[in-house]
Design a protein around this ligand. Structure first.
Ligand SMILES: Nc1ncnc2c1ncn2[C@@H]1O[C@H](COP(=O)(O)OP(=O)(O)OP(=O)(O)O)[C@@H](O)[C@H]1O
Ligand SMILES: [Mg+2]
Length: 476
């Protein structure tokens, strides 16, 4: 019966023309050891608008299958080695909802019954009418699509719960940020996360990675501001041995290391301008040229970048090339500063305090009315990071009496010039003065970084580093 009448009746369409107009064809895994039968099934599946994938026996078939396989299986019952029934059982073990259609011999009722009991989506007696097969496969694939959609939905809902624990805050702004992450994680589009220092940009970047299909791949972070200009190129692009004096061994750059995963470009606006065209080229061509390398290395990665200033302003200030920005900001996720997030402050403080209380095995001291008001009214220039530190010191301070959040936060810092500062560690006093000078310069220039840099006569990188270290934002 094998390779019988139905196969000879098959038309032989030109597969190239039918394939071209349907890019998203669902796969149908055809399992049959008879080449003529496979050829027939292949043609029919193509005609019906599916993507045939072939295997000669159960073992080869299993190599093609995984729990999320987006299509269905059409298998003969009689196979060399493990039978179609065995295959059905194994497939059900991989994914109980993966549809398997079995082709049984004509009149083999016991086999058909066994197939249906074993969880086959359907069985078809040979020889069969190709239209019947197409209809059965269409039904199986329809069912499959629904199952997979449902699973994706469940996964999204679950990951939302996980996100709420990592990105705390019930403000509308934080809810939106979480929704954006859940929504865009699955795509491969480049994301630019914008927010002041300490607002959680890296948390967002890591969440995007973990909720994406690239979660199994690497998450490679590069902080442009933390590297001396002269090292950025070798760090990003890698080098061959002998490419420069200190390059004794070949080394893959960060871009290459991110292959299959996510490259997180932190402090994007500190990326040396001279290197930006090279980075853009690498991203466009999807390949990197190591320093001293002969041939480009192909890479497959998703870009997530972070900026603590308005990227369009950075373009105007000549810190960032517009073409690179356009390559990196297909999606922009903006995290508002903590002072604009209302109740989030108290929620975050309580959550951090509880966390540190568990970590240090210390009680959380009761919060005074003055401290509660301070939490809500303070402008948190260092945002969540500063709040987190305050909560930690608050819990630790409980061991020495009743700590005061206001004093803990403003203690090492003065509102006026250091001449009026009380005694303290020299380092703290100097930092306080530095913070004041830079904040004043920014205020005088209405937040225009380039002008402040010029007035203070600082290298751009040093300036950015200081901003980050001192917890300053462009607004001072
Ligand atoms: N919504 C949040 N919920 C819980 N923790 C948060 C939240 N936002 C930030 N954090 C915590 O605050 C700290 C600072 O976050 P993160 O390092 O992501 O900030 P950032 O925006 O990258 O800062 P910078 O610009 O200085 O690099 C981290 O310890 C992070 O876990
Ligand atoms: Mg960061």
């Amino acid at each position: 019966m094998r390779g019988g009448k139905a196969v000879e009746e098959l038309a032989t369409p030109d597969p190239a023309t039918t394939e071209a107009d349907k890019p998203d064809r669902l796969p149908v895994l055809i399992v049959d050891d008879d080449p003529a039968m496979r050829a027939g099934l292949r043609q029919w599946m193509r005609l019906a608008g599916y993507e045939p994938v072939e295997a000669v026996d159960a073992e080869a078939a299993l190599q093609r299958l995984s729990p999320g396989f987006p299509g269905c299986v059409v298998s003969d019952v009689l196979l060399p080695g493990a039978s179609g029934m065995d295959l059905l059982r194994t497939v059900k073990g991989i994914d109980p909802e993966l549809p398997v259609v079995l082709l049984t011999g004509h009149g083999d009722v016991p086999m058909a019954v066994e197939a249906m009991r074993g969880g086959a989506a359907d069985f078809i007696e040979k020889p069969f009418d190709p239209d019947v097969l197409a209809a059965v496969v269409a039904r199986a694939l329809d069912h499959r699509r629904l199952v997979l959609e449902n699973r994706a939905l469940t996964r999204r809902l679950e990951s939302r719960d996980g996100l709420e624990a990592r990105l705390i805050g019930d403000s509308a702004a934080m809810r939106r940020v979480r929704e954006e992450i859940a929504h865009f994680a699955a795509t491969d589009a480049s994301v630019l996360v914008i927010g002041e220092t300490g607002t959680g940009k890296e948390v967002v970047a890591r969440a995007l990675h973990e909720l994406s299909g690239r979660a199994g791949g690497p998450f490679v972070a590069v902080n442009c501001a933390a590297l001396p200009d002269s090292m950025v190129e070798a760090e990003l692009f890698g080098h061959e041995a002998g490419a420069f004096t200190s390059a004794d061994k070949a080394r893959a750059g960060r871009i290459e290391q991110a292959d299959g995963g996510v490259l997180f470009l932190d402090e994007l606006t500190s990326m040396p301008l001279a290197l930006q065209p090279k980075l853009l080229r690498a991203l466009q061509e999807r390949e990197v040229d190591r320093l001293g390398g002969k041939a480009p290395v192909p890479v497959d990665l998703r870009m997530v970048s972070a900026a603590n200033m308005e990227p369009r302003q950075a373009v105007e200030d000549n810190l960032l090339r517009q073409d690179l920005l356009f390559r990196l900001n297909a999606i922009e996720i903006r995290i508002p500063p903590l002072r604009a997030r209302g109740g989030d402050v108290r929620q975050l403080f309580d959550s951090f305090a509880n966390r540190f209380s568990a970590e240090y095995r210390m009680e959380v001291p009761a919060l005074s009315a003055d401290d509660a008001a301070f939490l809500a009214g303070y402008d948190w220039p260092g945002n969540v990071r500063e709040l987190r530190n305050a909560a930690e010191r608050y819990v630790l301070g409980g061991a020495m009496g009743s700590p005061c959040v206001r004093a803990l936060v403003t203690g090492g810092r003065t509102e006026t010039a250091p001449a009026a500062a009380p005694g303290g560690r020299l380092k703290d006093l100097l930092e306080s003065y530095e913070r004041q000078v830079i904040a004043d310069a920014l205020r005088r220039h209405e937040g225009r970084v380039a002008d402040a840099i010029e007035e203070l006569d600082l290298p751009r990188r040093t300036f950015n580093e200081k901003m980050a270290r001192l917890g300053l934002s462009r607004s001072g």
